[in-house]
Write a protein that binds this ligand. Structure first.
Ligand code: BMA
Length: 321
């Protein structure tokens, strides 16, 4: 039984729930957050409509802004949704501002597998898609600057044939000169390197640059086949934790430190009670404040969006312990 690290402070309630949304909304979670043009900006996942056994009628992405990162104004309609013959939804966004330009990574559910998308937006109303990966790949997130002349992303392909035909999914990294063509792909960390994961891992929020390395959260999944009903479905056997690691500044495919226990687990009533899928922590956004506070935004139980904070030096210390 894991616990949230002592260096983490959680807010006493979620930062966003379905009750804050002025349009159809059932579950609000896995939100990207950045600072852009003097405001905090958030793109959140909204699963809406009727619940049909394992999923909802649809998913869209909503937009919210804030002056303090805690109290949010939600815009009056969703800002991004893809739905056509081939694509059934976009979800789990991550925002990274690079040279003043706002880029969004997102997962795309299609008839032919899950694709990782990257778009540019200048107003959070129009999203110009720059690239879409082949299936299956998701949880993409861009570094906030070019490294050795290239854009860099963390990503999570889903190899099935070569990994015993089951979830054994790892964190990878690729580079691109233009955000369109991606290559120089290399493994960052395997699921077997995370003591609190036995199923899969994946990138979380946009990496933060520190003088010790790129500080970055990830999610780690533990599967317990004996678990039964843990939410709305007949059974939910997985638990998702947030982890933290430090990547080399010059070659971020090298892990130079990681905390061998979860950083954040579900433990507050508001993260658990009434949750769709209990025991899920899924961070997609963070902000490093000038005073060294890191705001970590995470979806909890696939139901609400929450906020925890920690001091940047404490986080680095955990990785290097
Ligand atoms: C993952 C993704 C996330 C979700 C998590 C837990 O596979 O689909 O969007 O939060 O499962 O259900």
């Amino acid at each position: 039984m894991y616990k949230t690290s002592d260096i983490i402070k959680k807010l006493d309630k979620p930062v966003l729930t379905k009750d804050d949304i002025p349009y159809s909304a059932s579950l609000i979670f896995n939100a990207a957050v950045e600072k852009y043009n003097g405001k905090y900006v958030m793109l959140f996942r909204n699963d809406y409509g009727e619940f049909r056994n394992t999923s909802f009628e649809g998913t869209n992405i909503g937009f919210a802004t804030s002056d303090d990162g805690i109290n949010w104004d939600v815009s009056d309609k969703p800002c991004f949704e893809l739905n056509d013959e081939e694509i059934n939804r976009v979800y789990d966004p991550r925002i990274t501002v690079i040279d003043g330009v706002c880029y969004v990574c997102f997962a795309v559910g299609t008839k032919h597998g899950v694709r990782g998308g990257i778009a540019r937006t200048d107003d959070f109303d129009k999203f110009d898609i720059i690239s879409l990966s082949v299936p299956d790949n998701r949880n993409m997130v861009l570094f906030p600057e070019k490294i050795n002349g290239n854009f860099v992303r963390l990503e999570r392909p889903m190899p099935v044939y070569s990994r015993d035909g089951k979830d054994r999914f790892d964190i990878w990294l690729s580079e691109s000169p233009d955000l369109v063509y991606w290559g120089k792909s290399r493994l960052v960390m395997g699921v077997e390197h995370v003591p609190f994961a036995n199923d899969k891992i994946g990138p979380a929020a946009q990496p933060i640059k520190t003088d010790k390395g790129w500080l970055t959260t990830f999610h780690a999944v533990e599967l317990d086949p004996t678990r039964g009903k843990n939410g709305w479905e007949d059974s939910w056997k997985k638990q998702y934790y947030a982890g933290i690691m430090l990547l080399d500044l010059n070659d971020p495919s090298k892990v130079i430190g990681k905390y061998d226990k979860p950083l954040i687990v579900c433990d507050k009533d508001y993260e658990l009670e009434g949750g769709f899928r209990k025991d899920v922590i899924f961070p997609c956004g963070n902000i490093l404040e000038d005073n060294g506070e890191v705001k970590i935004y995470y979806g909890a139980s696939d139901t609400v969006e929450c906020l925890a904070t920690a001091d940047v030096n404490d986080l680095i210390k955990l990785c290097l312990e």
